[in-house]
Design a protein around this ligand. Structure first.
Ligand SMILES: [Zn+2]
Ligand SMILES: [Zn+2]
Length: 109
């Protein structure tokens, strides 16, 4: 079973991304390939399509990319959560009330 290992930047290390800008758009770059002499493991090389940085799997260990921007779904989830908070606040409902009381308040108008 593969575990999700989080990169320095917050992305998954399973997703190959540029260690400078975090973009996953890349060209394979054979001249940057490195082979570990001990294990024979191949570290593949890439060139970032966004910023042009050349890197391979070893460089990825020292990733210094900025954290990933929120996906549309994440932004929507946050907006929804904030909306619900505001709605609750406007109705005088605090988050500690149980669901039943909350529903009663909502429909008691
Ligand atoms: Zn990273
Ligand atoms: Zn890049």
């Amino acid at each position: 079973m593969q575990t999700m290992i989080q990169c320095n930047c917050g992305r998954s290390t399973q997703v190959v991304h540029c260690p400078a800008c975090g973009s996953v758009n890349r060209y394979p770059l054979a001249v940057k390939n490195e082979v570990d002499e001990q294990t024979g493991k191949l570290y593949r090389g890439y060139r970032c399509r966004r910023c042009g940085v050349e890197y391979n799997d070893l460089d990825r260990l020292a990733c210094s990319a900025p954290p990933p921007p929120l996906s549309k779904t994440e932004r929507q989830a946050i907006a929804r959560a904030q909306g619900i908070e505001q709605f609750r606040a406007s109705k005088g409902i605090d988050g500690t009330e149980d669901r039943k009381t909350m529903l009663q308040k909502l429909f008691s108008k």
